[in-house]
Design a protein around this ligand. Structure first.
Ligand SMILES: [Zn+2]
Length: 1072
């Protein structure tokens, strides 16, 4: 249970933490944020852990931003001040090791001392940040501007982690995933830089990770090994000379997935059109059409040139010994001479246009639906030729929050209320690159309305420049931003890494790396200016300068094209046919042999000596007890309350949980919209703008969402609505008053608002179907296997998308009934009976909140109008394929292993992680060419599922799944590998959590009936896992082969081919 608790808690808490911020979708990401559709950095691995949470909480990919963005923040929540002695590791010591101290600064915002060094021989720059945060972070970043769209930086990012001088095995990265306590391990490719960050709370583990990463980037084997380049980048594949040649490669398929998603295409087209003359005019991730043009020689040369200490910026952060950092670094850096790479990698600015530009681009669309209404339009400005100074950047970030930060923000609100489109595209200000940009537009726009959208954006900006913002709006934005900066809640993302990404955002352009870490002074200055001059004097000039009078405007219109996917497919086939036609029989035989050889290499395990080269901890290094979360259960006026005494820097976090199980079946699918309505409809006395501003002014955010899970050993699922909020302790009373207000006073009368919620939700579900088809498939399988899964799918899966489609048509005729239904949901959920309250803060604040909770509880109705309605059902257990216009597939297979009589044992966590990281990684990703392949065991329901992500195959992947039981039966596992597998599992179970996440996980465990005793037992079972457990588990796994249900989200061609090969295998569903 622990792993699921872990999975749930990891995913729920982190995503729910994110959701909290996402409540005001922009509150988190505004202020110097990355815009959600812009070419996000490519990550080395997909996050399989987030999967389980999927039906419960939408999981936006992590965003990376710098500047004063609301997520990377700097305040430590640790109560004790940092000792600053010896922070620089001793000046002489650094000198002796060849480092020159450039600057030392105390950063109060993160209670840290930061020293910038330069390695004298190579010029490598090192930032050494010391404080008392035990979640230590290391990162090495190279400036890697590409000249074309063959994806060199991205392919290199993947490839350097495939073996190095000291660690000569296929994938040290995977060994680290398997066997370390890391709290973060990944790599990202940006448009102009490549980052390699790791984090751990265990010092020994941390230095192991640092060493493997340094050796990987500086001495990788891939530069001599053509096969790694083929595997990660691209190659021709041919099993037999009679068949067609195909392209394979992990990055190739990853990017095909990216290029299948309309939002991503928009981001790419925009970036390239905004910066036609510098490095941002090409795609560092790689265009699938261009990737096959990349040669091995160019790849080698790129590494030689840019992966050099002279072109590196290195970051250390945390409570470890600063001397040790320099000692480790010097060992590596000293092996290099200075190179001119730093000059060669400089990013040149894009000159501002004299005239606006217009771009029209096609995107692959389904044939169904009204294509005329599926256009997108986005207006994009490049704001400046020079990087902005920090105060202007902060002011611009603030303006961005005012414009778009919450549902009540005028630009967002006016665009959505116009009914010209379904949802917002373009994320406002983005200052992640050398020059900042601003983007805004709509999707789901009718062809004839494109110009109306453009006019509306410009008009709205004009009005705002002329009239200014209300003082309530300014106050709400200021409080939200300040709260977020001081709370510094980075969720499951290490704080030191947030800081690093923020600092790097300037440092990478040779600017001051300390400056982005300090927000206090510019923030105070901005507040003062607003107070003295008024907000209009501060913001209006910016709107004129950067938007209204700025000719560097690129308008991108995207048109749906139902033939684009098959045309791209056909173009690729034509190229491949030509390649084949140009080959002789000998060439073809040779290609088939090389294909075979590559596969053999991929499927041959590393020799034990090589595996042992990757340093690992021993079981002695592992804490024997699970992480303890202090929990006191009290009763306040008849309602159970869980209290967690944890230091939270004076923030009060609280969740109010209501029982949803008495809801009538026909109301279920309205629940997500009910939750949104509570926050975004307004009351008798306040419209929703005022209500939102009040929440922004008084609290750190409130969110409302459904939570559903199976409970092990029980038939009935656990199903709730959770209200989550946070505030400074002094405003806790406001927080509870506001929760009462949204629960009891909100009126469900705003038909037009409701219509917007439906359009937005539909747009969100549609892009999820394209971008996270594995989540859709997982939910669908769960819905066929258990009741909780069915509920989750009804309110967050494919069925929900179908529901929204129908609902949209009914809003006009049936509004009164819908409005009554929302009221009815409130009546059946909102009650003292079945209510549970969770509070996380320190003892002093806990006792103060008791009275507030008492008042809150007293205001609730004591019981609901309950009729029991037997609603839980399941979907029919047939294999299904949901077809979408895509070039890559998502394939799942699942069964309930408890039905075979399997009894949960902690070893299952170790085994399923091992299957993901070995069998599925090797076969589905490495040799199959998919971007990801993994399995997941929901120990509450017993559902064990396999999933693949951006997968070029279909039936082949299912065969790999079916081979898992045999893999386990024949497995040989030495003690070292077993120990690694156990340690890696403990690393997951003990996943790093900030105090609010600890309190929240504890709440979820309470809801799911997981006791501390059980957690201890599971931990003992994990620690004592043996090879015998693996063999025994194979029977449970084999039941998935024989009884499992398959759901694929895939291209129509691949599904048709599969049904031809195995007649009747899939029931085909089209996206609505
Ligand atoms: Zn990648």
């Amino acid at each position: 249970m622990e792993r699921v608790a872990l999975l749930r808690s990891l995913s729920c808490s982190s995503t729910a933490a994110r959701r909290l911020l996402l409540r005001c979708p922009k509150a988190k990401s505004r202020l110097f944020s990355s815009n959600p559709y812009r070419c996000r950095p490519h990550e080395l691995r997909t996050c399989s852990v987030a999967l389980r949470s999927w039906p419960l909480v939408p999981t936006p990919p992590l965003r990376f931003k710098r500047g004063f963005s609301l997520s990377p923040r700097a305040v430590s929540t640790s109560p004790s001040p940092v000792s600053r002695e010896n922070a620089d590791g001793g000046h002489d010591f650094a000198e002796k090791l060849g480092f020159e101290k450039i600057s030392e600064q105390t950063i109060d915002e993160c209670k840290s001392t930061a020293i910038l060094y330069k390695h004298k021989k190579t010029g490598a720059e090192v930032m050494s940040v010391s404080n008392d945060d035990d979640n230590k972070v290391f990162g090495i970043v190279f400036r890697t501007p590409p000249k074309n769209s063959t994806g060199i930086p991205h392919i290199l990012e993947h490839s350097v982690l495939c073996g190095s001088r000291k660690y000569p095995l296929k994938e040290p990265f995977v060994e680290l995933l398997k066997g370390s306590l890391n709290t973060f391990l990944n790599a990202f490719t940006y448009p102009d830089r490549t980052c390699y960050p790791v984090a751990s709370t265990n010092t020994k583990d941390f230095y192991n990770l640092v060493d493997v990463y340094l050796d990987a980037v500086l001495f990788p084997r891939c530069v001599e090994d053509f096969q790694t380049f083929q595997q990660e980048g691209w190659h021709y594949e041919l099993d037999n000379p009679a068949e067609d040649i195909s392209y394979k490669g992990v990055v190739f398929n990853e990017m095909k997935g990216v290029y299948s998603q309309p939002d991503n295409i928009l981001g790419r087209v925009t970036q390239q059109a905004l910066y036609p003359e510098n490095t941002y005019g090409v795609d560092s991730g790689g265009d699938p059409k261009e990737i096959p043009k990349l040669t091995f020689e160019e790849f080698q040369e790129f590494h030689r040139k840019y992966y050099h200490p002279s072109n590196a910026r290195i970051w250390f952060y945390g409570d470890d010994d600063p001397k040790e950092r320099l000692r480790i670094l010097n060992e590596y850096l000293d092996q290099f001479e200075a190179s001119p790479s730093r000059n060669e990698s400089k990013v040149q600015p894009q000159k501002l246009f004299k005239e606006p530009v217009r771009i029209v681009e096609k995107y692959p669309a389904d044939e169904g639906g009204d294509l005329k209404k599926k256009h997108m339009v986005c207006l994009n400005w490049l704001l400046s030729e020079e990087p902005l100074d920090i105060e202007t950047e902060l002011t611009l970030g603030f303006l961005d929050h005012l414009l778009l930060g919450t549902p009540a923000s005028p630009l967002r609100r006016i665009l959505l209320e116009s009914r010209l489109g379904d949802a917002i595209v373009g994320g406002g200000v983005d200052d992640e690159l050398l020059q900042p940009q601003f983007s805004i537009g709509l999707k789901g726009v009718s062809e004839d309305d494109i110009h109306k959208v453009e006019q509306l954006v410009i008009e709205t900006m004009k009005n705002l420049a002329e009239e200014g913002f209300t003082s309530e709006a300014v106050e709400a934005s200021m409080n939200t931003i300040e709260f977020s900066l001081r709370e510094n809640n980075t969720g499951s993302f290490p704080r030191g890494l947030s800081l690093m990404l923020r600092s790097i955002g300037k440092w990478i352009y040779d600017m001051d790396p300390f400056e982005p870490l300090r927000y206090e002074k510019p923030l105070q200055n901005l507040k003062m200016r607003i107070a003295e001059e008024g907000s209009k004097a501060v913001f209006s000039p910016l709107i004129y300068k950067f938007i209204l009078n700025n000719p560097h405007l690129v308008t991108v219109e995207m048109q749906p094209d139902p033939e684009k996917a098959s045309r791209d497919e056909a173009a690729e086939k034509e190229i491949l046919d030509k390649v084949k036609a140009s080959m002789t029989q000998e060439d073809l035989a040779e290609l088939a042999r090389a294909t075979q050889e590559l596969r053999l290499k991929q499927e041959t395990p590393d020799p034990p000596e090589a595996l042992r080269s990757v340093p690992s901890l021993s079981l002695q290094d592992i804490p024997k007890k699970p992480v303890h979360v202090p929990t006191e259960v009290v009763e306040i006026n008849g309602v159970k309350c869980l209290q967690h005494d944890l230091f939270t820097n004076d923030v009060v976090y609280s969740e109010v949980v209501f029982d949803m199980s008495f809801l009538k079946k026909e109301l279920l699918q309205l629940v997500p919209l009910f939750c949104q309505s509570l926050l975004e409809m307004g009351t008798k006395d306040m419209d929703f703008v005022q209500l939102n501003q009040l929440i922004g002014r008084k609290t750190g955010g409130i969110s409302v969402y459904p939570f559903t899970s199976s409970v092990r050993g029980k038939v009935d699922p656990c199903t709730h609505i959770i209200v989550r909020g946070k505030a400074m302790a002094a405003r806790a009373e406001d927080l509870f008053n506001l929760i009462t207000c949204i629960l009891q006073d909100v009126q469900f009368t705003e038909q037009q608002r409701f219509r917007q919620f439906v359009s937005q939700s539909k747009a969100r579900m549609e892009s999820r179907l394209r971008g996270s088809g594995h989540g859709i498939a997982a939910a669908r399988m769960d819905a066929k296997l258990n009741m909780a899964g069915w509920i989750s799918e009804q309110i967050g899966g494919f069925s929900y998308l179908e529901f929204l489609q129908e609902l949209e048509k009914k809003i006009d005729q049936d509004w009164d009934r819908i409005s009554c239904s929302l009221e009815e949901i409130r009546k059946s959920v909102l009650a003292k009976e079945g209510c549970l309250i969770n509070v996380t803060t320190d003892e002093k604040n806990l006792s103060k909140t008791n009275k507030l909770i008492a008042n809150f509880v007293d205001s609730l109705p004591s019981t609901t109008s309950r009729e029991s309605d037997s609603w839980p059902s399941k979907l029919s257990p047939v294999n299904e394929a949901i077809v979408i216009p895509t070039q890559v597939n998502y394939i799942g297979k699942a069964a309930n292993v408890y039905e075979t009589g399997y009894q949960l044992n902690g070893s299952a966590y170790v085994i399923s992680k091992y299957i993901s990281n070995t069998w599925l990684w090797d076969r589905v990703r490495v040799s199959g060419g998919a971007y990801g392949g993994f399995c997941d065991f929901d120990t509450h329901s017993g559902v064990f599922s396999y999933l693949s992500y951006r997968d070029p195959n279909l039936l082949k992947t299912l065969d790999i799944y079916d081979g898992t039981a045999n893999f386990l039966r024949e497995l040989e596992l030495d003690d070292d590998s077993l120990t690694k597998a156990i340690i890696g599992t403990i690393g997951d179970v003990d996943g790093y959590q900030l105090p609010d996440a600890k309190g929240y996980s504890s709440l979820l465990r309470h809801l799911l009936g997981v006791t501390d005793e059980e957690r201890e037992i599971r931990r003992e079972e994990i620690l004592s896992t043996s090879l015998k457990d693996f063999k025994e588990f194979s029977d449970a796994v084999d039941s998935i082969r024989t009884k499992g249900i398959v759901v694929a989200v895939a291209s129509p061609e691949d599904v048709a081919a599969a049904n031809e090969e195995r007649p009747g295998f899939f029931e085909v569903k089209k996206a609505p």
